[in-house]
Write a protein that binds this ligand. Structure first.
Ligand SMILES: [Zn+2]
Length: 326
C-alpha cells in the first residue's frame, strides 16, 4: 500500500487506498484533488471543517503519524510525543496536567515515586479514555510539589504554593487563549492542594472548566492493601514494584514507616490541622508499613485506579458548560 504525501498535514495520517474512489475515470494513478480528500475525511472521520481557519477536528480514534520504529506508535494523547505535523490541525477537548513531587520515600523507594505514579496513572487513564473516544491530551508531568514540612530532608525539593499558583496560571492562560477550555490536574502528592488555586483561577479565566483530582483517594485502599499509610506505604511500594521494579531496593532495606501521633487531640481526631514536621513524625520518611507490598497488589490497584481516572476524563470531556448539574 502506497502512502501518499503532499496535501494538508492531516491528509498524511492515513493510508489512503480509499482515495481510488476519487480518481477520475481514465486517469489511473492521478493524484486525488484536495477537495476530494477533505470530503473523504469529512465522510469517514467525523470531522468538522472550520471555514477560514482550515482547522480539521478529527475524531480521536484517528491514528496520528506512526513513528519511524516498526514496533512503536506515537501516542497522540501524550503531548510529549505529539508533533506539530499532527497538532497543526488536531484539536483536543481536555488537557490533563499530572503533578508530582520530588522527595524521599522511606529508604527503599526512589525520590521520583510521585512523578512515576503521576506519569503512569495519567497516561494509562488517558489511553483508556482515548480509546473510548475522548479527545484528551496529557501534558508533561510537573516534577516538584509542596514540601514545606520537609525542609531538613536532603533534596526534598519544595515549590511554594504561591509558585504553583503562578505556574498554573501561566499554563491555563495558554490553554484558554488557544481554545482548549477544559483542564484536569492529576495530583500525585498529598502536600499539593490545588483547590484554592482553582477557585482563584476560575474567576480569572471564566471560560475554563478547571478540575483537580487526587488519584490516591479514588479507591478504598483497604480493599487492596493490608496496611494503611499515606507516604511510601504498602500501596505506593506495590505500585512501584509493578511499574518500576528496577528502581526499588529489597524490602528488607525498608523502614517500617512508623508514625508518631500528635500530642494535640484535635489533630489526632483530624478536625484540626497543622503541618507535620516530617522528620519528627517518622524516622525513615515513610508513613505506613510497606513490608506486605507485592507487584500483584500493585497491578490490581493500578488497573482499577486507571479505570477510575479514565472514567473521570471521559465524564469531563463530555460535560457541557451550563449543563453540569441535574
Ligand atoms: Zn509518594
Amino acid at each position: 500500500m502506497e502512502r501518499r504525501r503532499g496535501f494538508s498535514p492531516a491528509v498524511d495520517f492515513w493510508d489512503l487506498d480509499e482515495e481510488k474512489a476519487c480518481e477520475t475515470p481514465g486517469t489511473k494513478n492521478a493524484e486525488p484533488s484536495k477537495d476530494c480528500l477533505i470530503n473523504f475525511l469529512l465522510w469517514d472521520m467525523d470531522c468538522i471543517l472550520e471555514s477560514g481557519s482550515q482547522i480539521i477536528n478529527f475524531g480521536p480514534k484517528s491514528p496520528f503519524h506512526p513513528s519511524n520504529s516498526p514496533t512503536f506508535m506515537i501516542r497522540p494523547y501524550l503531548l510529549k510525543e505529539a508533533n506539530w505535523k499532527s497538532l497543526k490541525t488536531f484539536r483536543y477537548d481536555l488537557a490533563v496536567l499530572p503533578w508530582g513531587a520530588t522527595e524521599a520515600h522511606n529508604y527503599h523507594m526512589p525520590y521520583g515515586t510521585d512523578i512515576f505514579e503521576a506519569d503512569a496513572i495519567s497516561e494509562e487513564g488517558a489511553r483508556k479514555a482515548w480509546e473510548k473516544g475522548s479527545k484528551v491530551v496529557v501534558l508533561p508531568t510537573l516534577p516538584f510539589g509542596v514540601n514545606t514540612g520537609q525542609s531538613d530532608i536532603y533534596l526534598d525539593i519544595n515549590l511554594n504554593p504561591s509558585t504553583q499558583l503562578i505556574i498554573l496560571s501561566d499554563i491555563i492562560e495558554v490553554l484558554n487563549r488557544q481554545g482548549l477550555k477544559k483542564m484536569l490536574i492529576v495530583n500525585s502528592h498529598g502536600g499539593n492542594n490545588f483547590q484554592p488555586m482553582l477557585r482563584e483561577l476560575g474567576l480569572k479565566f471564566p471560560e475554563m472548566m478547571l478540575f483537580t483530582c487526587n488519584w490516591f483517594q479514588a479507591l478504598d485502599k483497604s480493599k487492596y492493601f493490608e496496611e494503611s499509610g499515606d507516604h511510601a506505604d504498602e500501596m505506593e511500594t506495590a505500585l512501584i514494584q509493578y511499574l518500576h521494579p528496577e528502581l526499588l531496593l529489597p524490602l528488607e532495606e525498608a523502614g517500617d514507616g512508623a508514625e508518631k501521633k500528635s500530642v494535640i487531640r484535635g489533630i489526632r481526631e483530624k478536625w484540626a490541622w497543622a503541618e507535620r514536621k516530617w522528620s519528627q513524625v517518622t524516622e525513615d520518611t515513610g508513613i505506613g508499613n510497606p513490608k506486605k507490598a507485592t507487584a500483584e497488589k500493585g497491578k490490581r490497584y493500578f488497573d482499577d485506579v486507571t479505570d477510575k481516572v479514565s472514567e473521570l476524563i471521559a465524564d469531563i470531556c463530555s460535560a457541557q458548560p451550563g449543563e453540569l448539574y441535574r
